[in-house]
Design a protein around this ligand. Structure first.
Ligand code: GCB
Length: 647
């Protein structure tokens, strides 16, 4: 059915206004994809590695290690990329290393990339934690601050200086966290010579996961033509069975360029097309993007092919970039979260990028295993606690219909000095990087700007008002939240959010051992928050540690029985409140994960419902039973997945 013309015009105007907001973002960060005009060379594998163990960690810079092969500077070891370096060796000094480490890799660049000067060569690092400096053949090509987002540099000129096409990439990475990094940290020097040796220092952090470091995501060398598609923004909407895809394409390297945009369905049929840098594609009989377990065909993606043609006096350029597009809407009322105008209830998990040996390094077997576990569990969503996850993971979410709350690395903002302008400006910049990278993922339905900051501190009001407003300006199509701990009366961020997200650990950090207080305390908490802010609420964390295989009944803390009974008590209240304003529950945590050493952690945080090796604890079965029941009540399960789940 066609939309009435007036409605089409109004919607198109709204969509354009939204795209205009996206103009605040300067420059694109499209995921590198191969096409008829683009090639990608992945540089994963073995790199050479050297930690700078000098007392001030500056030897590498003083001696300019990047000017020669790293092995000529001193002893080097093998290091896999992507991976955290911490757990790769038997050396405790490497596991706990703080400061600069150096990576190097040599490669041969294909001859036609060198010969053909109309090709643009880009070096891209998926992420490296935390500060990075990059050289190609000894020439500094870029640097980047921040551990969880990609950065790139054009390197064609540098590589073409050496006609043999040999190329040495050196990346120095420093994991030091300061009061102005995100997440913040602090280096403390211990000067009492009766207790600590000369030069002894520790990295203080205010978050509960191991500060893994290194090159965590793939390093790629990719090509585009000199005139190229730099960025694409899509905003989607629908009315009846007509889908609307508003798009905006930005081009670099050409003063004028012709653009053809085509939307292709899963069968390969063109369903809409348009010309020019912006427009609205209308899709008849649209297949909307639906979350997992809410539709028989979740995660439907169209392919949007953007084809650029440009010419200068010497050459003609063709560039092709294909973006997966899911057509869906997201809206929030005072009591509901709506996806495609239908109430959506988050029954999901919080995760970490964390596993044995590779730490936070991207690992395909782990990613696929985790998605199989999410589906087994009947989880329809997760929060990227406490930092942006790999783009490859978000692409899986798009394809499988797993809904994502996309969180910035704003975790552990606890020190008043981390609320000043330097920190604030950096936080605003990181939100720009995050929105730029993730704005086109249909699975991303909400931005989370921070986790449990010291939001009762006076400067937190201005700080979070500003970060939340900036995020909303960058992307008016998605709600914004920030994750609160239980201090609703003093919380400075909550007034500005669209959805209240609350973490609490009743009968664990408060009233340990007393599961009988959970229902009363949780009920009071919810009513207080809702009465005060009139917003929907997500229980964004709850749980208890369970050391796998430890059993005591009646339950005591740290046993599998205790973890189960905590969950069951929380679930009683969830079931009362989900008919009112509770719109989701996310267990803490999907799997056990590594933390720094401390008296409250037994080789890491054990609140996983799966072990770190992804084996289920007793609580996983409780949650699986519940999530499939919820899906059955609230969703439209495909016949083959009807509860009880057959997987
Ligand atoms: C929290 C934090 C999370 C911790 C968790 C815990 O509130 O957001 O990072 O790991 O509690 O287990 O203490």
């Amino acid at each position: 059915m066609c939309l009435p013309v007036r409605e089409q015009v109004l919607r198109a105007l709204w969509l354009f206004a939204v795209l205009d907001a996206g103009l605040l973002l300067d420059g694109g960060m499209l995921y590198p994809r191969e096409s008829s005009s683009r090639e990608v060379k992945e540089l994963s594998g073995l790199w050479v590695f050297r930690a700078d163990r000098s007392p001030n960690r500056k030897q590498g810079f003083d001696e300019a290690w990047y000017k020669q092969r790293l092995e000529e500077t001193g002893p080097v070891i093998d290091m896999p990329v992507p991976a955290s370096y911490n757990d790769i060796t038997q050396d405790p000094a490497i596991r706990d290393f703080i400061g600069w480490v150096w990576y190097e890799r040599e490669l041969v660049v294909p001859a036609h990339w060198i010969r053909d000067e109309t090709i643009r060569l880009v070096l891209r690092v998926g992420s490296a934690h935390y500060n990075s400096v990059v050289w190609v053949n000894g020439v500094n090509v870029t640097q980047h601050e921040g551990g969880h987002l990609p950065f790139e540099a054009e390197v064609g000129d540098v590589i073409r200086k050496d006609p043999t096409g040999s190329c040495r990439i050196t990346i120095a990475v420093n994991n030091t966290l300061t009061l102005h990094t995100l997440p913040p940290g602090n280096i403390q020097y211990m000067n009492d010579r009766t207790r600590y040796p000369i030069g002894f220092f520790v990295q203080s952090i205010y978050f509960d996961f191991f500060n893994y470091a290194g090159i965590h995501r793939p390093v790629l060398l990719y090509t585009t033509p000199k005139a190229y598609v730099d960025d694409i923004t899509v905003v989607t909407d629908f009315s009846d069975n007509t889908g609307l895809v508003s798009y905006k394409v930005s081009v670099k390297g050409a003063v004028t360029a012709a653009l053809k945009v085509t939307l292709i369905d899963k069968q390969g049929h063109c369903v809409a097309s348009s010309n020019g840098p912006f427009g609205v594609l209308k899709v008849q009989d649209v297949n909307l993007w639906w979350p997992y377990l809410t539709h028989e065909n979740p995660g439907y993606l169209y392919s949007m092919e953007v084809r650029l043609s440009a010419a200068d006096e010497k050459t003609t350029y063709e560039d092709v970039y294909t973006l997966p597009v899911g057509i869906r809407t997201v809206n929030v009322t005072s009591t509901q979260f709506l996806i495609n105008n239908k109430p959506f209830y988050f029954h999901g998990v919080n995760k970490h990028e964390d596993s044995d040996i590779r730490g936070k390094g991207l690992d395909w077997p782990l990613i696929v295993k985790d998605f199989n576990l999410l589906k087994w569990l009947g989880a329809n969503s997760f929060r990227t606690s406490h930092y942006p996850y790999a783009e490859e993971i978000l692409q899986m979410c798009d394809r499988h219909g797993i809904v994502v709350i996309d969180e910035s690395p704003g975790v552990g903002i606890k020190d008043i000095r981390s609320f000043g302008n330097v920190s604030l400006n950096h936080h605003l910049f990181v939100m720009e990087e995050l929105v730029r990278r993730d704005k086109n993922h249909p699975s991303v339905v909400m931005w989370s700007v921070a986790n449990e900051p010291a939001s009762e501190m006076p400067p937190a009001d201005y700080y979070f008002k500003t970060v939340i407003k900036h995020t909303r300006d960058l992307d008016p199509t998605r709600p914004v939240t920030f994750i609160s701990s239980s201090n609703f009366a003093r919380d400075k961020g909550a007034p500005y959010v669209d959805v209240i997200c609350i973490n609490n650990y009743f009968s664990w950090y408060h009233d340990p051992g007393h599961v009988e207080v959970i229902t009363l305390q949780l009920n009071t908490e919810y009513d207080n928050w809702h009465e005060k802010y009139k917003r929907p609420i997500i229980q964004s964390e709850y749980g208890a540690d369970a050391v796998p295989g430890v059993h005591v009944d009646p339950p005591v803390m740290f046993t599998e029985e205790y973890q189960k009974v905590v969950l069951q008590n929380y679930h009683k209240v969830f079931d009362q409140k989900r008919s009112q304003y509770l719109i989701g529950e996310l267990i803490w945590n999907f799997a056990d994960f590594m933390t720094t050493q401390g008296v409250t952690r037994v080789v890491g945080n054990k609140k996983g419902i799966f072990t770190r090796q992804r084996q289920p604890k007793a609580a996983a079965f409780i949650l699986k039973e519940r999530y499939w029941r919820l899906a059955n009540e609230t969703g439209r399960l495909p016949l083959w997945t009807k509860y009880p789940c057959p997987l």
